[in-house]
Each structure stands twice: as C-alpha cells, then as structure tokens.
Design a binder for this molecule. Sequence first.
Ligand code: PGA
Length: 232
Amino acid sequence: MIIVLNNKSNLTREEFIEYQSELSKIKSKHNIVLCPSIIHIANFYLENIHLGSQNVSKDKNGSHTGEVSSLQLKSFDVEYCLVGHSERREEFNETNLVISKKIKGLLEEKVIPILCIGEYTKEDLDTTVKVLKKQISTTLKELTEEEKKKVIIAYEPRWAIGKGKTSQIKEIDHTLKSIKEILPNNLLLYGGGITEYNIKDLKKSSFLDGYLLGGLSLDINKFKKFLQELEK
Ligand code: PGA
C-alpha cells in the first residue's frame, strides 16, 4: 500500500524538525510518502519515508516567479507530486489543461504524478462517475498509454475533505470500480476524511492501493493508530 501524507501549508521550521524526528521512528511495511510544505523539502532527511511535493509549476525552469519546476523537484530527490488537488483547483483556479501540463512535465523528469480527482458536492453515483471520467479524460489525454499507466489516481470527494468522515464503503467502491474500469493498470488511492477509525471500513475495499491523508498526517499519534488498524 502507498500512504501519502499531505501536510498542506502546515508546520513551522521548528515544528517540522520535531515532526520528522517522530516520523523517523515509524516502521511500516507500507510505502509512506511525505508531501511537506514545499519550504521544507530541502530539509527532508528520512530514510524510512519517500518524498513527495504538493505542487509543481506547469512550466519548465525559467521566468516564472514563485514557481518550482519539476526539474528542481527532481534535483531534491522528490519521487512523487500531487496534482489537481481540489484545493488547488478551487483556490488557484487550476484547470484540467494546467493539470495536464504539470503531469507531462513531471513524467519528463521521472517524478510520479498523483492525480487527485473528485466530485465537489455529494451527487448521485452516476453523476459522480461522469464528473470523474471527465477529469480523467481531460487531464490524461495528451499522454501515451505507457505514460498514463505511471500516474497514480487519488479519488478524493471534495465534500469529504477535512470533515473526518467518508461515504459508505459500498458507495466508495462503486466509484472506485468505475475508475478501475477506465484505468485498469493505474494505482488507485482514496482520500478525504480518513481517520484512525474509519480506516477499519475503508480497508475492506478491494480496489484500493493506498490512501491520501490530510489532517491525520499532522497528528503522529493518530497516524500511528491508523497504521496499526491498517496492519491488523
Ligand atoms: P483530509 O484531507 O484527510 O484532511 O480530509 C485530505 C486531502 O485534502 O488530501
């Protein structure tokens, strides 16, 4: 399983030092990927955890003030990068076209894109699947079949993010199954509202290759409980 920790814009310099020291003690058979705030990437030193970025520029190196390119990420040994997170789509007006450019740029540098998709409001299942299919087809259409397979898909219903609760596993599975039908070879994660408690149900899904954790990533004790529950 791949477990992605999305710290978002959290942790000061001192807090991150403490946080890394706690994370360094974690032993797990799963692949844990930490996506810290970009300001901490240069200080990442963990050997038991992979490094991811929360964002990347859609452009290559050059005159793009405030941006960080995929080549720069690669030079800091970043292995994964989130793209299309709903907070970026909403707060920064990131379109599917921009997301598709980011994915292309990352693949050129051999950084694995983790493409976040998800419906904004709680919809009936058919509408949800339609929304997701559109997000997938528009963001991946420029890729070859080989490139497509390298993209990890993270299904995150927008309305569940930060709420500490998810839909019924039956509903989630219905949606995941539809994603697997279009992208049978891609790794598939679920995120949005995951807690150390609801993982008990989520882990029953037969479609999942891992999880994307936001709030839970910031509380090491809860994260440890999550891992214990997952490994039971
Ligand atoms: P959450 O966030 O776990 O706090 O719901 C997940 C995410 O935004 O990736």
